[in-house]
Design a protein around this ligand. Structure first.
Ligand code: HEM
Length: 395
């Protein structure tokens, strides 16, 4: 607990005479006391350090804090990139080229941002799976899960909008196909696509819209949802193992904080290593008149893209809206669909089996997509892919 700090001017109440030490503390408070008197933050820090962890909580519970750190990195590198980026069809490509080639750390910072997004998706999936298998979404944590599902979609939104920003061939054609997905919806499909694109085609307005969403709408949503998520996690405390372990709860500091720090250092190390070893590419500038470029969405959208490929003409909506819609609604409803009292997987068989079937389906389709995706410079779809692109990519 912080010492009570008297300001030098404060009158001494009652008979109590100040000792020399008290007088010294009042005259020259430590930085901690100085800030605590004004902000009262130490109580907040202490409360978080003393957060009770049920026995058995350990490495699996480090993923949430790793995610938070990676997101903080993403904000910082994104801000740095925004200082050099110019969102216009004439200038976007050149500004990214300048970041890549004209600045000593530009390519590295861009690498941190690009690989950061991939890592965030991977760690989010790992975090969701750990929460799913532990049944931690059960009462009273339904809303923690629900807000998590919103966060998950915001993260995918970041990737989708960010992919267009370099305005190279890969960006242009992936967004052309990606936004055409909206047009497959009945009735509102075409107007929705025009609204997203800012016109009939992907062009200047698409780029400005995606940029505005990427740097304003989504960050605001992410900060709000993450704040709410963390508040709820603290309010309900972490759920212990599925079979309660013997022993009293342990404080977050020092044991769990130590584990978190190791995982965070490892995660950041891997991110730096990937950014240095595999700098992000920049292909030829977007050419809307070219028709022979094989669209390549970001790898985590490849599963959906593969599903689209196997749909016969006229049935695309199954892959573009029905299946993703069912998966999202299913995810939202998980805490209410799973009625078992126990959190143990053995007592939650049907939800476990359904969950694993969905995970397997997404995994297999994504793997198929990765294996069949043409190499970065394979411009001729028919020559480099074993299966034809979906109808909406050929229109
Ligand atoms: C920005 C992304 C996210 C951040 C920063 C985040 C952060 C955290 C943190 C720090 C914890 C406590 C430690 C831990 O269990 O790892 C936690 C727990 C939890 N998270 Fe997340 N999370 C995110 C995304 C998600 C998503 C996408 C879901 C689900 C769809 C989710 C569902 C939950 C639930 C239900 C808990 C409670 C777990 C328990 O009590 O054992 N989170 N989250």
């Amino acid at each position: 607990m912080p010492r009570e700090v008297l300001s030098p001017e404060e009158p001494v109440v009652g008979k109590h005479e100040r000792t020399d030490v008290e007088r010294l503390v009042a005259d020259r408070p430590s930085l901690r006391d100085w800030t605590d008197l004004r902000l009262g933050w130490w109580g907040f820090v202490r409360k978080n350090l003393d957060e009770p962890m049920p026995a058995g909580v350990g490495w699996w519970q480090t993923l949430g804090n790793l995610l938070m750190t990676l997101l903080a990195f993403q904000f910082v590198t994104g801000l740095a990139l925004a200082m050099f980026y110019s969102p216009g069809t004439e200038s976007a490509y050149l500004s990214v080229k300048h970041i890549n080639e004209g600045h000593p750390v530009g390519l590295f910072v861009r690498g941190l941002h690009v690989w950061g997004s991939t890592l965030i998706v991977c760690i989010t999936v790992a975090h969701v799976l750990r929460v799913f298998f532990w049944g931690s979404y059960k009462k009273p944590r339904e809303l923690t899960w629900l807000v998590g599902v919103l966060i998950f979609n915001v993260i995918l939104g970041f990737s989708f909008t960010g992919y267009l920003l370099p305005w190279d061939q890969k960006a242009y054609w992936a967004t052309t196909v990606g936004t055409r997905i909206a047009a497959t919806l009945p009735l509102i499909g075409h107007p929705l696509m025009v609204l997203i694109r800012g016109g009939e085609e992907v062009g200047a307005l698409t780029l400005t819209r995606f940029y505005a969403i990427h740097i304003m709408v989504l960050p605001a949503a992410l900060v709000a949802f993450t704040g709410l998520h963390l508040y709820l996690v603290r309010r309900h405390h972490i759920a212990g193992p599925v079979v309660a372990q013997k022993g009293p709860p342990v404080k977050f500091y020092p044991n769990q904080l130590f584990k978190d720090a190791i995982v965070v250092l490892l995660g950041v190390g891997i991110l730096a290593w990937m950014s240095l070893g595999m700098p992000p590419s920049l292909e030829a500038i977007a050419d809307p008149t070219g028709t022979d470029f094989a669209p390549r969405p970001e790898w985590y959208f490849l599963g959906m893209y593969e599903l689209l490929k196997i749909m016969p003409a006229g049935w695309e909506i199954i892959a573009t809206a029905v299946v993703p819609g069912l998966v999202t609604v299913g995810m939202i409803l998980v805490p209410w669909l799973d009625r078992a009292k126990s959190r143990h997987p053995a007592y939650r068989q049907w939800i476990m089996v359904s969950g694993m079937a969905v995970i397997l389906m997404i995994g297999v389709m994504t793997l198929k997509g990765i294996l069949e995706t043409p190499p970065p410079h394979g411009h001729h779809a028919s020559a480099t892919t074993s299966s034809a692109p979906p109808t909406i990519a050929r229109e």
